[in-house]
Structures are given as structure tokens and as C-alpha cells.
Design a protein around this ligand. Structure first.
Ligand code: PGA
Length: 246
């Protein structure tokens, strides 16, 4: 299977023009056919980017679990699907921490997104304080976060799930995990997904991936790709990433 390069722009860039400029780099990367290139786009830019008909697989970063109704400010997964999204992130640590999303809410969103026909990239990862408690405690936490976040998947939904392992202490901090260590945790998550759901989900690593370290992550056989935040949302950094991968 080709490795996945998934960009997560978060709440960036400010204008559609900048988004198109950044997107042209992703489109170039996708054109080379070496990797599967995905973009979790800010919802506002989804339609204009979809209309460019490039090889980049487009998705959104979050959505609400109801299909429609009086939920001011929210967007639904069926809306995203009809605008051309093929996947969504769910349970990103910024959603869990800043917007207080718990496993139960995440599970409802996962279920709604799968029912809408989207692939779900479920984000999980431990906090720095938990990591300090050691490997056993961390593994227990990750296993529980995984099973709880996926407690409501509809029948057959397993085949549309990808995991992103993102240790919270590594997100946006420049402190990436050592690739071998990430590979170890990811192998554990694959075992756990087989145990809980009878299927080995593909797993991406996320957390301070950049042009300098991406090749080392891609060399680990257990790691199916990367979810890249900061380094995918700035033209220069994304250009460097693209060169590192070509
Ligand atoms: P980062 O973010 O690459 O900026 O660390 C990754 C993510 O949050 O998905």
C-alpha cells in the first residue's frame, strides 16, 4: 500500500488565494503518484479546492453528529459529503482539549461520519503527564481511547477507519517522537484494533512531522503515513516537505 501524506491545515490559511497556492504544492505531490495525498481542509475552502479536480483527496477537520437542524455554527457530515469531502478527521486533540470533546461525543461523530459515507481518520494520543507514567499506563489509556471512540461504529464501518496516533506532547511543539518508538506504539494500536474490531486499521503518525524527519517515519514499516499540521500549512515548509519526499 502507498504511504499516506495527510495535511491538516487546521484554522489556516486566511484567504482562498493562499489556500489555492498551498494546494498547488499538494496537487503536484499527488500527481507524482508515489503517495496518497490527503488534505483536511478548512470547510470554507473545500468547494473551491474540490472544483480544481486534482488528485488530492479532500476532507474536513470536524463536523457535528446530527444530519441537519438548529445547530448554529455547525456543519454536518452529509453537507461535507455533498460538497465533495471523502473523509473527515474526528477527535483531534485540539477538539478534545480546547472544545472539551470526550470519547462519547467523538464516538457519535465517528458513527455519523461513517453513515454519511465518509472515511474517518480518528485521532488518538496521550498527554505528556500520562506518558510520564510509563509505557503500560500509556498503552492502557490508548487502548481505552480507541475502543471508546469507536464504540458506536455501524456494521461494516470498520473498513472506512484510519487511525492517527498523535502524542499530544509532540503536536506543534517541534518535539517529534523517535520514529522507531512511534512504530512500536503503532504496532500496538494495530494489535488492539484487531482485538477490538477484528480488523487492522491503517495508522498514521502525527506530531511535528517536517521535511527533516518525514523520511525516517516513512521508513518504519508499521507506520502507514503521516498527518502533518504546521509544516503543511506554510508554503516554504510544504515545499521543503515535497522535496524531501520526491
Ligand atoms: P503538527 O500537528 O504537525 O503541527 O505537530 C499535527 C496535527 O495536529 O495533526
Amino acid at each position: 500500500m502507498k504511504k499516506i501524506f495527510a495535511a491538516n491545515w487546521k484554522m489556516r490559511p486566511t484567504s482562498e488565494r493562499e489556500a489555492e497556492k498551498l494546494f498547488s504544492l499538494l496537487a503536484r505531490m499527488a500527481q507524482k503518484n508515489k503517495y496518497r495525498v490527503l488534505l483536511a481542509s478548512p470547510s470554507l475552502f473545500l468547494s473551491p479546492l474540490v472544483s480544481q479536480k486534482k488528485k488530492v483527496v479532500l476532507g474536513i477537520q470536524d463536523g457535528f453528529y446530527e444530519t441537519e437542524g438548529a445547530y448554529t455554527g455547525e456543519i454536518s457530515f452529509p453537507m461535507a459529503k455533498s460538497a465533495g469531502a471523502r473523509f473527515t478527521l474526528v477527535g483531534h486533540s485540539e477538539r478534545r482539549n480546547i472544545f472539551q470533546e470526550d470519547d462519547e461525543l467523538v464516538a457519535k461523530k465517528v458513527s455519523a461520519a461513517l453513515r454519511a459515507g465518509l472515511v474517518v481518520i480518528l485521532c488518538i494520543g496521550e498527554s505528556p503527564s500520562l506518558r510520564k507514567k510509563g509505557e503500560r499506563v500509556t498503552q492502557k489509556f490508548l487502548s481505552l481511547q480507541l475502543s471508546r471512540s469507536l464504540s458506536r461504529i455501524p456494521k461494516g464501518g470498520e473498513k472506512n477507519i484510519i487511525l492517527a496516533y498523535e502524542p499530544i506532547w509532540a503536536i506543534g511543539t517541534g518535539k517529534n517522537m523517535m520514529p522507531r518508538e512511534a512504530g512500536k506504539v503503532i504496532s500496538f494500536l494495530k494489535q488492539e484494533s484487531q482485538r477490538h474490531f477484528g480488523r487492522v486499521f491503517p495508522v498514521l503518525y502525527g506530531g511535528s512531522v517536517d521535511a527533516k524527519n518525514i523520511s525516517a517515519f516513512f521508513k518504519e514499516s508499521a507506520i502507514d503515513g503521516a498527518l502533518v499540521g504546521g509544516a503543511s500549512a506554510e508554503y516554504k515548509k510544504l515545499d521543503a516537505l515535497q522535496s524531501a519526499l520526491s
